[in-house]
Design a binder for this molecule. Sequence first.
Ligand code: NAD
Length: 513
Amino acid sequence: ILDFGIDEALKTLGISSENPGTSTGVKQFSSGSMISSWSPVNGKLIAKVKSTTKADYALVMDTATEAFKTWRKVPAPQRGEVVRQFADKLREKKEALGKLVSFEMGKSYQEGLGEVQEMIDICDFAVGLSRQLHGLTMHSERPGHRMYEQYHSLGVVGIISAFNFPVAVWAWNTALAWVCGDVCVWKPSEKTPLCGVACQNIAAEVFAENNLPEGISCLINGDAQVGALMTKDTRIPLISATGSTKMGKTVAQEVAARLGKSLLELGGNNAIIVTPDADIKMTVIGAIFGAVGTAGQRCTSTRRLIIHESIYDKVIAAVVKACKQLRIGNPLDENNHVGPIIDADAVKMYTKALKDVVEEGGRVLVEGGVISGEGFESGCYVKPAIVAVEPHFKMVQQETFAPILYVMTYTGAVENALEIQNSVAQGLSSAIMTNNLREAERFLSVEGSDCGIANVNIGTSGAEIGGAFGGEKETGGGRESGSDAWKIYMRRQTNTINYSAELPLAQGIIFDM
Ligand code: NAD
């Protein structure tokens, strides 16, 4: 049943037909029920993974807590060296892991490879960072005093990730957390458990080769209930959770109830504004890749195209033509542009969204629909659709995690397009297509896009690891990956040292005895 070298890839990644789901690093064990991983590519069972029970979880947490005591004492540049070795292993296994990502999640093989490349890139970033975990030195107001700040390791970091980036999101978190001296417990999506097992196998090998204790990288498997074991656990100072806004609202409340920290990376409803000065060719590539890349299942996927009325017909004609040329099929076949969406529930959601938006008054410009027949037996292949809408439609205001592009017009100045763009509850990624400097700067100004990511002459989809990644409003406010996102994985301490023979008090307070 396996094709395109998947069998070989599974072997390379240490995956068998039945896998222990829970792992404290070197040791793999589990006593829970089986989670089946079905490929959306061909609808067949790939393998099974054991889920984590409460007793398993207790053992994981004990091991992780113990490992932290050792790992935090390893000098940060040496921790960076371990992460460098991890990146080397990823380079060796890039093709195998890229294939598994594609086969288990459904994105194109090119995008699967891209995800592994992103893991390698963040590791490289983390290696450099391991020598740059800088704090500031401040001038004390008191004579004979020195004041500075330092960053200490935080502890156990809990990572909850979504199905659509089944390996990269973990790496964004864990590579930084590891150099910061933290240990990580990861619960991948129950829809992509094999990607979790594969990554953990690679990490475990590296930690064992360095004679480090097990528990620096831990894996737990299961659904929301297993995730909730972590969100309620006071031994976990930071929960990094990536997924839907619905999940984020629950996780945020549970973590806040115990005054823990959460880093939330939630849903988006991303728009490209196309102004009269836009380069149409660039707009079409940006919009179509943004809408159909990963079959519209990226948090940064382009959901809305806000086009100036003066060029609306021209842009629509080009976008519709490009959309009709897309090849849909097995994502491991590099001739195809669009693979399947994740599962039958996702197909139902896509079909319902199209029906609902038409009921609201949407006009279909490119017909959607579920594809059947040879090569599409999984039932998860759907046609990318384009629908002309009004910005206020209910369906347009929410994120539908599927390849549906909503197009709409604006009139007059770019401010009107910005009002439409910012009118949704989410605030992840945004873009403007323009060669007009005033419009571009207006878009980037404080009165412009309200999103965490704002691009000029680039689509909304995809981001480089060097920048901080995340969004505002219902996207959750978290930032991970580059820039100074590392600071959330550490605790900050301000230190003041008195090297004088006096004890002057701050703010000049006199306290004579
Ligand atoms: P989801 O919310 O269904 O699940 C995400 C993860 O959260 C899974 O591991 C799930 O088991 C876990 N989970 C769900 N409820 C939980 C709870 N109450 N407690 C603990 N864990 C819980 O999301 P999904 O369908 O896997 O992913 C799609 C969503 O993720 C989209 O909304 C997308 O925009 C978003 N996403 C956001 C980013 C980002 O960086 N902003 C990145 C990727 C995906």
